[in-house]
Design a protein around this ligand. Structure first.
Ligand code: 5GP
Ligand code: MN
Length: 378
């Protein structure tokens, strides 16, 4: 017996949106991780078994080590140039949908240009805006209707774009919230759905090494293993799947790039585009690097930065820079890093795992970190 997290009223609201929809588009965050993929694909399998037509869209490529997940081959991956045919397909999928589900992210900014598309379609179809733009209500296209958004997430401060928000920052993964929604709706969990959701629960807790003191989490895992989920095989596929160059990049970071500030218990690593190219950097290769310094005794904060491609959403273009630096921070215990990320790098996230972005040259982002870490890490 799993206790109720979501509550009757919200389960009812989510259920109404789902039952009222035939075509559903599921969106998840940029640089999708195991929980982004797991919550989205888990939802996909469940909803498809309910007879819905489902499209999963990701705003940038997912890493190879998640490519084995059931349904990964059908995902529409936005091309960051914004120019290839798939971008048109994604717009069509959003336009055709009668429900959009945002899984594992809290604000449209986190999905870049796909978020801009979503908001455009939602605004166009909002009856209020149709009155403004298209004249009298009689002229509206009756068959269209609004595009409701259901958000299922565990990041603090959900934006108000969604119509129904299932936001539980106390939950270790979005995948677990999806499981609970299915459970509270008395839905059927297939092996494919369970495999995807398990993967998200496993990766967002570092294989149950942090955020993992919740007894019910193990009841859910037990249920999944009973259903046939092969947790040992999933572990192998996800965590023993580095390329040689990723392993060498890890060595390079730890041996040559890691700076330690013992007084503040801080570790700091940053990588330029050139350094990344030397190790044939692929999407997903940076995953986990920020966690490594926390294995050092007395290191409680870790920051990792890398130069990144620019995702050309309108908002980002307005920033004026062609260079983007991606910042990741981690901490242990009662030492929040989300305020640092939010106030210095315009980002946010969980208390112990946050990130942000800097539009400008890497040395400027590095300088900002060095000027600020003593203030935030204490
Ligand atoms: P990661 O370091 O794995 O990229 O991100 C860790 C967490 O930080 C994410 O789950 C997300 O909550 C948050 N995060 C990362 N980048 C950003 C960002 O640019 N903006 C915001 N608001 N949150 C971010
Ligand atoms: Mn997550």
């Amino acid at each position: 017996m799993i206790s109720s997290l979501i509550g009757e009223q919200l389960v009812g609201d989510a259920q109404r949106l789902i039952e009222g929809a035939k075509k559903i588009v599921i969106l998840t965050h940029m640089a999708p991780d195991g929980d982004a993929m797991g919550s989205s694909l888990g939802l996909r399998w469940w909803l498809e078994e309910m007879g819905k037509a489902v499209t999963v869209v990701v705003p940038s490529a997912f890493p190879d080590f998640l490519g084995w997940m059931p349904g990964a081959e059908d995902i529409l991956v936005y091309d960051i140039s914004g120019e290839s045919a798939v971008c048109g397909q994604i717009r069509e999928a959003i336009e055709a949908a009668d429900l959009a589900i945002c899984a594992d992210f809290n604000e449209p900014k986190r999905i870049g240009a796909v978020g801009t598309m979503l908001l455009e379609v939602k605004n166009e179809r909002d009856p209020k805006n149709q009155q403004i733009f298209r004249g009298s209500p009689g002229e509206r296209k009756k068959e269209e209707g609004d595009l409701p958004i259901l958000m299922i997430d565990h990041h603090p401060n959900p934006s108000d774009v969604a119509d129904v928000v299932l936001s539980y920052p106390e939950s270790p993964s979005a995948s677990e919230i999806v499981y609970r929604l299915i459970y509270e709706m008395k839905g059927q969990l297939s092996l494919n759905a369970a495999t995807c959701l398990y993967t998200g629960m496993m990766t967002d807790t570092g294989n149950f090494a942090f955020n993992s003191n919740h007894p019910e989490m193990y009841e859910i895992v037990g249920e999944m293993v009973r259903l046939g989920v092969d947790k040992d095989a999933i572990y192998n596929r996800v965590f023993n799947a580095y390329s040689e160059s990723r392993m060498r990049l890890m060595g390079f970071c730890l041996y040559q790039k890691m700076r330690i500030f013992p007084k503040e218990h801080v570790a700091f690593i940053y990588l330029s585009k050139r350094e990344l190219a030397r190790f044939h950097f692929q999407s997903g290769d940076a995953e986990g690097l920020v966690n490594l310094p926390l294995q050092i005794r007395d290191i409680h904060y870790s920051c990792f930065m890398r130069e990144d491609k620019v995702y050309p959403s309108e908002e980002e273009k307005a920033g004026g820079s062609k260079i983007k630096v991606k910042i990741s921070m981690r901490s242990q215990g009662d030492r929040p890093v989300n305020t640092f990320c939010q106030e210095v790098f315009g980002g946010g996230g969980h208390k112990n795992a946050s990130g942000g972005e800097y539009y400008g040259p890497l040395p400027e982002a590095v300088k900002l970190f060095l000027e600020n870490y003593q203030r935030y890490c204490k």
